[in-house]
Design a protein around this ligand. Structure first.
Ligand code: ADP
Ligand code: MG
Length: 453
């Protein structure tokens, strides 16, 4: 299928061609006609498969037909969980709409509100916003919704979870009941689907399979390792594999800052992005990382959703997220737009439950590779990785297999791939040979020394 066969305005098609897009992705092919027809939509498709254009292009098409926005009015509202994602979507809108004369803005917290209020005065055809700032702007009469035609929740499952649902409900009350509502994400749990339907009218549902996964172009590996050795192992991996651009996810802001210190001490150009940083520091870190002046960006889940870094080759989970869906979104920062990507997770014994939940969500066991010198003393049991079927109870915890990591002696320790069963590991990839000390000898393990710490 070509973009030309989608009924989009020729100025939009021209901009899409200039972006270098040859043909619509599966989600675009399916979603664009549905949105053009005016239906409500709940659309699920893997990370990095072009969902943004899936809603933006038909919205641009729709809005170029009607009347422009009056003072302080908004015609289409796109809500996102993070400031960085709002800015990114606004950039996309500018690109896709560059031959149209529609006005679009992004508004989010952490920066002065006054300039945003000024910009909204003339009316906005497409407004991209984070919920908190949008409510602030509304309270100050800077934005009105009488002319609102379309609402989009990007990362919809996140927008409807505990952190955002109160703001979301408040915003929904302000919007006209007669509108088109669109929800997009790579993951939708059954609970979220049910909740989402309260806000949709006779929605169409699109689900590009496989569901609840990152793009299939992301190779996934686990290194089992003791918690105390994670920072050293990460430093080793960065140097060993010469990773020049690696996004490292951690669970906490404090953990992020601590890891940054460790990596900087190892002379690795690193910065962090998390919720305690000023917006200017966040923007600077992300820009520096995108441009290549930073080698490592250490991030909390603030960067897990939606962020599109051109050709990012490597993601590392320094620790596993508590919410399994976040794993899918984190690793989905690589392997985008059909490119291949690599995601490595450092997993310690205390993360057994998170790992089991993740493997259950994605429906497979992730390939395990031990790195010589960093083998785990505390074993991470192999989990059953049967996908949870909708409506079924959580399967009982299976008896774990013999702890494979422990059965090996240091003497014959080789990098060894542990898999529960080979079918579930079709993406089993050979890793680089075990590290040497430069003279061809195997590196002596120094992990014993730090284990007690
Ligand atoms: P998602 O929201 O599904 O995670 P994005 O909308 O952020 O994905 O798009 C991921 C990347 O794919 C972006 O860099 C975007 O420019 C690119 N992209 C989108 N649509 C196409 C297409 N039809 N052909 C090639 N690249 C595309
Ligand atoms: Mg997206």
């Amino acid at each position: 299928m070509s973009f030309d066969s989608l009924d989009l305005h020729k100025s939009i098609l021209k901009a899409v061609k200039q972006q270098g897009y040859q043909q619509p992705s599966p989600i675009q092919e399916q979603a664009i006609p549905v949105v053009l027809k005016g239906h409500d939509l709940m659309a699920a498709a893997q990370t990095g498969t072009g969902k943004t254009a899936g809603f933006t292009l038909p919205i641009l098409h729709r809005l170029q037909q009607g009347k422009p926005a009056r003072a302080n009015q908004v015609r289409a509202l796109i809500l996102t969980p993070t400031r960085e994602l709002a800015a990114q979507i606004q950039d996309n809108i500018q690109q896709y709409g560059k031959h149209l004369s529609l006005r679009s803005h992004a508004v989010f917290g952490g920066v002065k509100i006054n300039p945003q209020m000024m910009r909204l005065r003339k009316g906005t055809d497409i407004l991209v916003a984070t919920p908190g700032r949008l409510l602030d702007l509304h309270n100050q009469n800077a934005v009105r919704f009488d002319q609102l035609e379309v609402l989009v929740l990007d990362e919809a499952d996140r927008m409807l979870d505990m952190g955002f649902i109160h703001d979301m409900k408040r915003i929904l009350k302000l919007l006209p009941a007669k509108r088109q509502t669109l929800m997009f994400s790579a993951t939708f749990s059954n609970d979220v689907r049910k909740l989402a339907k309260q806000f949709l009218q006779q929605p169409k549902e699109i689900s590009v399979t496989p569901k609840d996964t990152a793009a299939t172009t992301v190779a996934q590996t686990i290194h089992t390792v003791d918690k105390a050795n994670k920072a050293k192992l990460l430093t080793f991996l960065i140097k060993e594999h010469k990773w020049n651009q690696v996004l490292v996810f951690v669970r906490t802001k404090h953990g992020a800052d601590k890891l940054v210190k460790h990596l900087i001490a190892a002379k690795i150009r690193t910065a962090a992005i998390h919720g305690n940083k000023s917006q200017s520091a966040r923007t600077k870190a992300l820009t520096g990382f995108k441009s290549g002046s930073l080698q490592v960006l250490v991030a909390t889940d603030i960067a897990a959703r939606g962020i599109d870094i051109n050709e990012l080759p490597q993601v590392v989970n320094f620790d596993l997220p508590h919410v399994p869906e976040d794993y899918v979104h984190r690793i989905g920062r690589t392997g985008r737009a059909g490119l291949s990507g690599d995601a490595v997770s450092l997993v310690s014994a205390d993360e057994t439950k998170q790992l089991r939940d993740i493997e259950r969500l994605i429906g497979k066991a992730i390939t395990r590779v031990e790195v010589e010198g960093y083998e785990a003393d505390h074993v991470v049991p192999i989990s059953s990785a049967k996908p949870a079927k909708p409506g079924t109870r959580k399967p009982k915890k299976k008896k774990v297999d013999a702890p494979q990591g422990r059965s090996r002696t240091k003497k014959n320790a080789k990098k060894k791939t542990q898999t529960r069963n080979s079918q579930s590991n079709s993406n089993n990839r050979k890793r680089k040979p075990a590290p040497t000390d430069g003279a061809g000898r195997r590196r002596r393990s120094d992990t014993k020394k730090v284990r007690a710490a």
